[in-house]
Design a protein around this ligand. Structure first.
Ligand code: PLP
Ligand code: LYS
Length: 420
């Protein structure tokens, strides 16, 4: 999927499926997120097809986009969920994903969260540390139940991605060092309330090359062989997520090529495979639509001042991330060079510097591409700006799938104490 394929310009007007973005904007005030149901479905089916030769469960990484409409779309297609908090478990269940398709990752699971997940009977805990293992054992024993676990293994592999989203190096906080894995499994097997069933790994996000996956999975294969020799019954391998998307011009290996790597490294072990894709399912299925509030002439630059800001989409300021930016209507306009910025009181509130965009004026619509993953979910009320609503399109219809709250709803969350 290229970034623009589900949001093409037809006759200079941007569409999503059969609807012009400008028609949605007549009914939904900008800024808003817009998702294509067809894009989500196609991406999921690509994964299903790619992994059809292997016994695989797709557990969508809910953190990428946890909108109920998104989760319900995926649930209907048979997706499971990879969750990292009580909130994500609740969201997955509410959208119709059954507990027996839920794997629970998360670096510091609390007692309450573990209790809740155990009471539901989830498929697997991906355990991040020995103290966590002990807590799961304690809670499971108190409930007279058994927790099926995999350890998340830190294979010490460089994912060749942004350092803030790289998770598989020894210096990262994630997982059990591979050198200590056999001891950890030995301990787990001896604890009450614990059933050792698998091995889990996730080395990072927005990977553009398959080589780090291959390296990590090779180490996991060796570990599984060693664990079996130690007497453990390993029947599940969770290979994590991390396959990247095209934001600009990155050439991303196909889902089939990724599946082939998984099969080549792990296929001979006859394990059930769990995959946890997030970005590669949702990233290019969504955009952020904003309006130009003003065009401002600086001394050296021209600024397109948008009504969307870093509170709506933090990726550019947080990771210097590149997102394509288009005028929604580019009829009879030439390209101009702008700094595209938001209204927030920080210089970092910049979506793009010196970017060519079709000439735009106050009131014109702008589309920021590739915002389906890690967009709305990372937004905030900073500067007391309202969270952007979310819209989902299917064919020629659309629905508001998250409404914009009122100012009262936000302000009334705070409580002025009685002494004031
Ligand atoms: C444990 C785990 N699984 C899956 C994912 C999903 O990653 P991505 O969105 O890159 O596919 C993440 C996030 O990087 C993660 O931390
Ligand atoms: N939030 C990151 C991805 C984090 C992946 C989570 N493990 C991004 O926007 O690229």
């Amino acid at each position: 999927m290229t970034p623009v394929s589900y949001f093409p310009h037809k006759n200079d007007e941007m569409y999503v499926d059969d609807i012009a973005i400008s028609d949605i904007a007549k009914q939904v005030k900008t800024p808003f997120y817009c998702y294509s149901s067809a894009a989500i479905e196609a991406s999921f089916q690509d994964y299903q097809q790619a992994f059809s030769a292997q016994d695989t469960l797709i557990c969508y990484a809910v953190k990428a986009n946890s909108n109920q409409a998104v989760l319900a779309t995926l649930a209907k297609l048979g997706s499971g969920a990879d969750v990292v908090s009580m909130g994500e478990i609740r969201r997955a269940i509410a959208a119709g994903i059954p507990p027996n398709k839920i794997v629970y990752s998360g670096v510091a699971k609390t007692q309450d969260e573990i209790h809740y997940a155990l009471s539901l009977g989830i498929l697997q805990f991906n355990v991040e540390s020995e103290p966590e293992l002990e807590l799961i054992s304690k809670v499971a024993s108190s409930l007279n139940t058994t927790a099926a676990i995999a350890f998340r293994i830190n294979p010490d592999v460089c994912a060749q991605t942004h350092e803030k989203i790289s998770t598989g190096k020894a210096e990262n906080k994630f997982g059990i060092p591979i050198s200590k894995a056999q001891l950890a499994y030995k301990k787990a097997a001896a604890l009450p309330g614990i059933k050792v069933q698998g091995v889990d790994v996730h080395i990072g996000s927005q990977l553009t090359s398959l080589a780090p996956f291959a390296e990590a999975y090779q180490r996991i294969a060796e570990l599984v062989t060693a664990l079996r020799a130690d007497g453990h019954d390993i029947s599940v391998i969770d290979v994590g997520g991390g396959l990247g998307i095209t934001y600009r011009d990155e050439v991303i290996p196909s889902k089939q090529a990724y599946a082939d790597i998984v099969n080549a490294q792990l296929g001979q072990l006859n394990c059930k495979i769990i995959i946890e894709p997030g970005r590669s399912l949702l990233g290019n299925a969504g955009i952020l639509v904003a309006s130009v509030v003003f065009v401002k002439e600086g001394e050296e630059r021209q600024f397109l001042l948008l009504d969307a800001g870093m509170n709506d989409l933090i990726r550019p300021s947080m990771y210097d991330a590149y997102h394509q930016i288009f005028a929604v209507n580019k009829a009879k306009k030439s390209l101009k060079t702008y700094d595209v910025v938001g209204p927030v009181c920080e210089t970092g509130d910049t979506f793009a510097k010196a970017r060519q965009v079709h000439e735009s004026n106050a009131g014109d619509l702008i589309a920021i591409m590739s915002c389906g993953a890690y967009g709305a979910v990372m937004s905030s009320n900073y500067n007391t700006r309202m969270l952007a609503p979310e819209v989902m399109v299917k064919g020629s219809k659309f629905a508001i799938v998250k409404k914009r709250p009122s100012y009262e709803e936000i302000i009334n969350q705070d409580i002025i104490p009685s002494w004031l």
